[in-house]
Design a protein around this ligand. Structure first.
Ligand code: ADP
Ligand code: MG
Length: 724
């Protein structure tokens, strides 16, 4: 299986679950696959198709995607075709003849096709060995993208009862999952459900202040790579696209109000890397599988967590570190509320309100964003392990974990708040509770006779904002809970009652002054490679792509180009080891790329290095499930051998920052390892030290800012070790 994977797709390792799924599919039984966008679902039927002696039929809802998928398979040397309304009857006949002649392994069709009796007859007459139903949620009216035509897929089980079905989706709700299995009458299917965590995505929420300036900063950092900016309205997309153009950025708008020609053209320019920024409403993204989107910005926060996760899911499908930044403001909360209030259907309106309050909760949380979202989807996420039984302190890639808040002793204030909630009968919202605690002279309080309670005016050392913040923390930590609806009321949980009774001490995070500027993550986890060569290779890739009339990412992914720019392969043998290079691409493209690489290293006096064994290097930006203690010990061993942090990270398939965390641990354990050789240059160390002296060493962010963002968080952490 691994041989086929390398031969045809150029990959050396399977992603989680792929191998198990493929084996199961080949055993001839039905299965259901749930994986997040970018998880690698296609491979789960494409690879079996190569092994099966017959045709694999793939149902897919989007005509544009079909062409891309087929083109991608063809550039990998796999015989695939699609049949849909964009083809002429003559073209269709030719493809059908080729299928009968056994020349084609994979056929993509749109569901409408099954409505044609002629086509059904044709299918019955050929040797269909596997049926894959991509985007299977389209069959369910509970999903967000119901396609009535998908209902015709029911006929597979009645008329092709011997052919196994694999149904695939990224839609997480259990109701839809059940419905898919039922509608397709899958035969006792095994479910493969992978984690929804996309660890290469940095999840950043920042306050929407000086938003356009911030946006410019982000785009500057991601210059020359693809970005999507989601906006609230069509007008916003046009305005922002125009303003970006005025700033010299290559940006185009995309929304449902544009005529279909313009939409198609703008999307194509984006896919072909001729335009790097699309400013869009949610209408954009469904029809593309562009794997190298490095930045997704929500200029206005989305209406639901589902929408948010789907949209940020379009970043970094290739597994490389990518940034997802959401701009949050109360003004936008009101914008959303305004629209919800206009909704006629009461049930829909309440549902939308509930969804809105969930995304607001996400934006305002004081805990790890990754944990929060995954929990929303029913998944318990724990931080990766640094050593045998110690978890990392955070996910390392959300704004909260990157800038941990310092804590304060909140025992007393929390007791007061919880008592007040109980005394007032768990019938009021946060604001009211705060007003009572502060002893505000308000009519409502007097009417309720709450000015007679012992908790009335009991707080004098916190202001209303602070009390509100503490209540949010108490909610986040499960001591309080809120009801849903437009005017949520607060009540006490069992945990809260226990806390009061047992008089335990409690620490809560201090209020964040501002959620400003927390994009530091951009600097983390990146592979080091020769940027100049990368640019040259990108240009070559674009040329070859245009000659072949396919998007550049189909020639080679950014991962492949980065590896070329790091290891400088100079002959076909070493070129073949680059991720994404299979036999067909080796034959078709190695000559041109090798030429560019050789010239570059000659001009610059560089040397080609050996490509490390697999399972190691391409985990950059992707952490392996959980780190074992051996990893930590290995880091120690490699430190003794005086390897650089980068080399250690590479060999273990970890991020740079994880190795720094290992080192921090080793030092704090007082273990005897000489790390002097890792010391940053004296000048840099001096600057870091000064910054720490100025800003204190509680938080890294002020230090990062003080150093004008010229030092990465990792280097600052490393510097701290030496300075300490
Ligand atoms: P999904 O359909 O689940 O959103 P895709 O099948 O489109 O995901 O795959 C996403 C990206 O991951 C593609 O660019 C694909 O080439 C890449 N990919 C899939 N499997 C692997 C693998 N085993 N190793 C490296 N890259 C992979
Ligand atoms: Mg897919």
């Amino acid at each position: 299986m691994k041989q086929l994977l390398k031969k045809y797709f150029g990959y050396d390792e399977f992603r989680p679950l792929q191998e198990e799924i493929i084996e199961y599919v080949l055993s001839g039984k039905d299965c259901f696959v749930l994986m997040p966008t970018g998880g690698g679902k296609s491979l789960c039927y494409q690879l079996p198709a190569l092994k099966l002696n017959g045709l694999t039929l793939v149902v897919s809802p989007l005509i544009a995607l079909m062409k891309d998928q087929v083109d991608a398979l063809k550039t990998n040397g796999i015989s695939a075709e699609y049949i849909n309304s964009s083809l002429s009857p003559v073209q269709i006949q030719k493809i059908q003849d080729d299928i009968v002649a056994g020349k084609i392994k994979i056929l993509y069709i749109a569901p409408e096709r099954l409505g044609s009796t002629g086509f059904k007859k044709f299918l019955m007459a050929v040797n269909v060995k596997l049926i894959a139903i991509d985007e299977a949620h389209c069959i369910s009216q509970w999903g967000h993208d119901f396609r009535p035509d998908y209902r015709s897929l029911k006929l597979f089980k009645s008329e092709f009862s011997k052919v196994p079905i694999i149904a695939l989706t990224a839609t997480a709700t259990p109701k839809v999952q059940e419905d898919i299995v039922k509608q397709l009458s899958l035969d006792d299917p095994k479910s493969f459900i992978s984690s929804f965590n996309r660890e290469n995505l940095a999840m950043i929420v920042t306050r929407k202040k000086r938003a356009f300036e911030k946006l410019l900063g982000l785009l500057q950092k991601h210059k020359n790579s693809s970005a999507i900016i989601y906006c609230f309205s069509r007008k916003d997309t046009e305005k922002i696209a125009m303003n970006l153009q005025a700033e010299g950025f290559n940006a185009l708008p995309y929304h449902a109000g544009l005529n279909s020609e313009t939409r198609k053209k703008n999307q194509e320019l984006f896919i072909k890397d001729e335009v790097s920024i699309i400013v869009a409403t949610i209408a954009f993204g469904m029809g593309i599988d562009k794997p190298d989107v490095r930045l997704v910005v929500h200029y206005t926060f989305p209406k639901t967590i589902e929408g948010y996760y789907q949209e940020i899911g379009r970043a970094g499908r290739d597994g490389l570190p990518s940034d997802c930044v959401l701009f949050y403001s109360y003004g936008d909360v009101r914008k959303h509320e305004f629209f919800i209030d206009q909704m006629e259907d009461e049930v829909e309106r309440e549902k939308s309100r509930e969804k809105l309050s969930q995304i607001i909760e996400y934006c305002e949380t004081v805990n790890c964003r990754r944990k929060h979202v995954l929990k929303y989807f029913g998944e318990e996420y724990s931080f990766p392990l640094v050593s045998k039984d110690e978890e990392q302190k955070g996910c390392e890639s959300c704004d909260i974990c990157l800038n941990p808040n310092s804590m304060f002793d909140a025992t007393e204030i929390s007791q007061k708040i919880i008592s007040c909630v109980i005394r007032t009968g768990s019938r009021f919202g946060r604001n009211y509770i705060a007003d009572v605690l502060l002893g505000k002279d308000l009519q409502q309080i007097v009417d309720n006779q709450h000015n007679n309670l012992s908790v009335f005016g009991i707080v004098s050392d916190f202001n209303k904002d602070e009390i509100n913040h503490i209540m949010k923390s108490l909610i986040a930590y499960g001591f309080l809970q809120t009801s849903s609806g437009k005017y949520p009321t607060v009540s006490v949980t069992e945990k809260g009652i226990l806390f009061l009774k047992q008089k335990e001490a409690l620490e809560l995070p201090k209020m964040r002054e501002d959620l400003e500027d927390q994009e530091g993550s951009v600097l983390r986890g990146k592979m080091q490679y020769d940027l100049k060569l990368f640019e040259k290779l990108r240009i070559m890739r674009k040329q070859i792509a245009d000659q072949n009339s396919v998007p550049p990412f189909m020639i080679f992914s950014d991962v492949s180009l980065q590896e070329m720019s790091r290891y400088f392969p100079v002959d076909k043998n070493s070129f073949a080891k680059i991720e994404g290079v299979g036999i067909k691409k080796l034959e078709s493209f190695s000559k041109e790329f090798l030429f560019v690489i050789s010239s570059h290293i000659q001009e610059n006096n560089l040397q080609s290095t050996e490509i490390p064994n697999r399972g190691q290097i391409h985990n950059i930006g992707r952490r392996i499930g959980s780190a074992s203690p051996e990893r930590y010990i290995k880091t120690k061993e490699m430190l003794c051998k005086k390897l650089s942090i980068l080399e250690i990270a590479d060999k273990q398939g970890f991020k740079y920052g994880t190795i720094v965390a290992h080192i921090e641990k080793i030092i704090s354990n007082g273990e005897d390892v000489d790390i002097d050789y890792l010391k940053p240059s004296q000048e840099r160390l001096r600057k870091i030290k000064i910054a720490f002296e100025k800003c204190g060493d509680e938080k890294l962010k002020p230090v990062f800012e003080y150093l004008k963002r010229e030092y990465s968080y990792d280097e600052i952490r490393l510097g701290k070790l030496f300075y300490k």
